[in-house]
Design a protein around this ligand. Structure first.
Ligand code: UGA
Length: 368
């Protein structure tokens, strides 16, 4: 596909059944006339979309490159959401993390280069690792934006030592970005790399023991605690900060990218809401407050917030990004996108969706 867009391109979405994929698919089907090949082994989050005439859902392992090839061939744009992006896995199964986040998608990008498809690849905000201020500890002014605001084209990517296996994921993702860039440079691959900054919203992650196992990301960890009256754990005191970006804003950004191939191809974009920065400790307190408002019957309940070391919570080899504030000026200039949803609205909508989805499970556990 050239940098000019066909009016209704055919889009192949690898990983259409996950959190981001389900929202993106929903929007593409409702807001465009595009035809979609949606590939995933799970469809529980997209059940409401499966009867759409313009969707061909393919129940296929996204890593089965040979079988995926014919859908890539039949598409103009390939959106790859394939990732193992849960920090609890980075230091516990690092080989699989590197395999799934580097080796498997490498095959896909080779195919996109050969077939001259536009690859929209999901990377991660985690490639930035630590901020300059966090890395240098007291030697740099922590509050000077140059030392913590993350820019796609100028900020260095600062990861910890090899034995700190937390960085296995960020390193695999970073290397893949470098290979994509090199394919663009040497072989003319048309690509756009996106770096998501903690998207939240309905259908995100899972609740352990209900519809998944292990330790999900922080939003789902805190929701499990709220729904099932367990402590909210603050890893290393919850001092690190994130920006939480509402999924509808994130999908707006992706649609703006698809609408603007000329200015989006050959670019890496941060997608995040810099206005929504919050420490994890404050997030816990904020979520307790919102949860009590949404479930007035629990207003007098005490929810326990406790500190835990990262070693105890995640095991050996865990390190953390201290802050992740995106510079979003490039995506604004290239596509006109900007986020609109403030942190309280994003949390309220997300918490409400968890309450609705897991209400019955919560009642059963309360009764039992
Ligand atoms: C993860 C992935 O590694 C990124 O690739 C991805 O881009 C990002 O999620 C995302 O959602 O966009 P991270 O932000 O570290 O990155 O993921 P979380 O597991 O949500 O952790 C956020 C912070 O909360 C960390 O400091 C973590 O230590 C802390 N945390 C987590 C707690 O304090 N308590 C918990 O119960 C869980």
């Amino acid at each position: 596909m050239s940098a000019t867009k066909p009016s209704n391109p055919t889009i192949c979405i690898l990983g259409c059944g996950g959190f981001i994929g389900s929202h993106l698919l929903e929007r593409i089907l409702s807001a465009t006339e595009c035809t979609v090949y949606g590939i995933d082994i799970q469809s529980s989050k997209i059940g409401h979309l499966l009867s759409n005439d313009r969707l061909t859902f393919v129940n296929l392992n996204v890593y089965d490159t040979e079988s995926v090839a014919k859908y890539v061939h039949a598409s103009d744009i390939v959106i790859s959401l394939v990732a193992l992006c849960n920090p609890a896995l980075y230091n516990t199964i690092p080989l699989e993390v590197i395999d799934i986040n580097f080796n498997r998608p490498y095959e896909l990008l080779r195919m996109c280069a050969e077939e001259e498809k536009w690859l929209v690849h999901f990377s991660t905000s985690e490639v930035y690792g630590k901020t300059l201020a966090g890395f240098a500890q007291c030697n740099l002014a922590k509050d000077h934006p140059d030392n913590y605001v993350l820019n796609e084209d100028s900020t260095p990517l600062i990861l910890g030592p090899v034995h700190a296996q937390r960085w296995s994921y960020a390193c695999a993702k970073q290397l893949l970005e470098r290979v994509i860039y090199a394919y663009g440079f040497e072989k003319g691959l048309k690509y756009t790399v996106v770096r998501p900054f903690n998207f939240i919203g309905p259908r995100m992650d899972y609740i352990p023991g209900i519809d998944g196992e292990g330790v999900p990301r922080v939003l789902a960890c805190f929701m499990e605690a709220l729904l099932f009256h367990k402590p909210l754990w603050l890893v290393d005191g919850g001092l690190n900060k994130r920006v939480f970006t509402y999924i509808d804003d994130a999908v707006d950004a992706l649609m703006a990218i698809l609408e603007n191939p000329k200015t989006s191809q050959g670019e890496i974009f941060n997608i995040g809401n810099p206005a929504n920065e919050i420490s994890i400790a404050r997030l816990a307190r904020r979520m307790v407050g919102i949860y009590k408002v949404l479930r007035p019957g629990l207003a007098s309940c005490d929810f326990t917030i406790k500190a835990v070391s990262s070693h105890e919570f995640y095991g050996k080899g865990y390190e953390d990004s201290d802050r992740r504030v995106p510079d979003i000026s490039k995506i604004q200039e290239c596509t006109g996108w900007r986020p609109h949803t403030d942190i309280d609205t994003a949390l309220r909508k997300t918490i409400q969706s968890y309450i609705e989805h897991y209400a019955r499970d919560a009642e059963c556990r309360e009764a039992g």
